[in-house]
Design a protein around this ligand. Structure first.
Ligand code: HEC
Length: 169
């Protein structure tokens, strides 16, 4: 009598096993979906950077808002660091080892300039605008191991060098 009770149980188990393995095989056999590219790329943006990265660069600094008034004391500190660590390659009004910086803030956002100072290696590797300059200048800007505060002071100094904004009408 016991055999009779067990037999259907075994049959049921076997059937379940067959169904399960068939299911597994179906899963295993299915081709994985082709991986979609991480982001859309284009000739202008081969790395597929986000809009924020394109505008503000890649590195520790994200979009920043500057005080309307320039902080003269901070700018003076920045000028001292600039003369020590940047002037060997950058002039304000003409091409040198690197591009002129007298109008850089009309071309780049403050955060972009900060990231170029603090993270030049990655910027040169990944940012299309930085790569374009590298192609022109043929010298990779070295990391000057600035602190965040030094970079911020240089940014303030660079603000004093920008062409005067056209007065509001
Ligand atoms: C060894 C030379 C060298 C030194 C030192 C140097 N740079 Fe550069 N810099 C370059 C070059 C060359 C480029 C153009 C991109 C490239 O080829 O790396 C550049 C690019 C830049 C840019 C981007 C300009 C733009 O139009 O996008 C900024 C901003 C900048 N440098 C700021 C600085 C600051 C601030 C310092 C000092 C802390 C500094 N650089 C030190 C050579 C230098």
């Amino acid at each position: 009598m016991t055999e009779v009770a067990i037999m259907p149980t075994r049959a049921l188990l076997l059937a379940l096993l067959l169904i399960a393995s068939a299911g597994l095989a179906a899963c295993g056999g299915a081709e994985p979906e082709a991986a979609a590219p991480a982001a859309a790329t284009s000739p202008d943006n081969p790395g597929g950077l986000t809009d924020a990265q394109l505008e503000h660069g890649i590195g520790p600094v994200s979009a920043m808002t500057l005080e309307a008034e320039i902080d003269a004391a901070l700018a003076a500190q920045g000028e001292a660091v600039f003369n020590m660590k940047c002037a060997a390659c950058h002039k304000m009004d003409q091409r040198y080892v690197g591009p002129p910086l007298g109008d850089v803030l009309t071309r780049r956002s403050p955060a972009y300039v900060m990231n170029m100072m603090l993270n030049p290696e990655e910027m040169l590797q990944k940012h299309p605008a930085a790569r374009e300059l590298l192609a022109q200048y043929m010298t990779p800007m070295p990391n000057q191991t600035l602190t965040h505060d030094e970079a911020r002071a240089i940014l303030e100094f660079l603000r004093t060098q920008q062409p005067a904004a056209t007065p509001a009408p």
